[in-house]
Design a protein around this ligand. Sequence first.
Ligand code: TPP
Ligand code: MG
Length: 426
Amino acid sequence: MSFTATKFPPSPLPLTSRSNDKPLSFSFHHSKPNHSSSFLGSTRRLTPLATPHARRTPSPSPPSAVLLQQASNLLVTKEEGLELYEDMILGRFFEDKCAEMYYRGKMFGFVHLYNGQEAVSTGFIRLLKKEDSVVSTYRDHVHALSKGVPAREVMSELFGKATGCCRGQGGSMHMFSKEHNLLGGFAFIGEGIPVATGAAFTSKYRREVLNESDCDHVTLAFFGDGTCNNGQFFECLNMAALWKLPIVFVVENNLWAIGMSHLRATSDPQIWKKGPAFGMPGVHVDGMDVLKVREVAKEAIQRARRGEGPTLVECETYRFRGHSLADPDELRDPVEKEHYSGRDPITALKKYLFENSLANEQELKSIEKKIDEILEDAVEFADKSPLPHRSQLLENVFADPKGFGIGPDGRYRCEDPKFTEGTAHV
Ligand SMILES: Cc1ncc(C[n+]2csc(CCOP(=O)(O)OP(=O)(O)O)c2C)c(N)n1
Ligand SMILES: [Mg+2]
């Protein structure tokens, strides 16, 4: 099996990722509260494993990205550090603004926020080229922003306006941008994984069958822990490994699927282990640390670009808000919530930048001010933008022209004023 020959799988060695931090390890040795056998920060107890070293897959060497970084001791340049900070602040402030606008009645339907998980989006997506693809879930606003979709277009989409990235037809859960190769947010869990696998197949087909030798595009598929118990996940891991597709499966394990604890719902909660089972590397990383995520992401993306196949990365993260803005968030243990809020990824990056003299307070404040202005502008833009015309309602809907959508006179039935009153003759 090919993965034993890669440089990437979890290493039994403790690897120092930061000059002044705890060892980076792709295993269960991260800081945790006082629950000795708990799954990281979860207050639930982890079912003991059959073997004490079950996490250690046959790994010949530690990830090359980490080795590379060890030499210079600093994980980012000043410029990179500030870029990461700006992207995470954009994600965080955008979501806070969404909550405000939702409660002011500017948005409709379900809105799922990403607060707390920013290190995953930023750590992975900021490494991509424009031609690379991202496939998201219903928690997709921040993935869209990291991929470069302008805040105006994302906000407008949330307001249901014609200037949104889907002309107001997608809303919160269906961000899409052809220009930015954001291949969609998907409301059905697991629905995006086959789409991402198909996108990765396209890259390989173009390179190997159509002889487009410069087509080295990579696809990132983002999805949650709860989704890993769905069939598409397993089917796509199999196909991606079988065909060595240029894809990274990024699991954002925030320990909960709505109100269901990951530990209660999953026979083996260590999701990364499913990678080696299919013949690809599986890695666990601290998803509250953007620099660690970035190291792992670099190696996984480069591996895919080199044509060496897929990687499964489990990022242990946490959402700071309820499942959606409609969720009162009463089920999660306050101790667990407090543990993770103490590990805020933005605060952690800030600390790193200060401690390594990569930024000062003033520089970070001016980034925050810039983002505030971008968001004020985005809200104003969305608010002033027109609603889509009613005729747009049935566009892109595949229907028999003689059927429901278009009347015998060729006009959209929805244009009949009686349509919205429910009395139109269809
Ligand atoms: C196929 C399907 N089944 C059930 C649901 C209902 N549902 C919506 S979100 C969710 C939980 C998903 O949890 P997870 O994958 O961990 O993502 P998170 O919300 O934590 O980001 C479920 C079961 C759905 N959307 N699609
Ligand atoms: Mg989850």
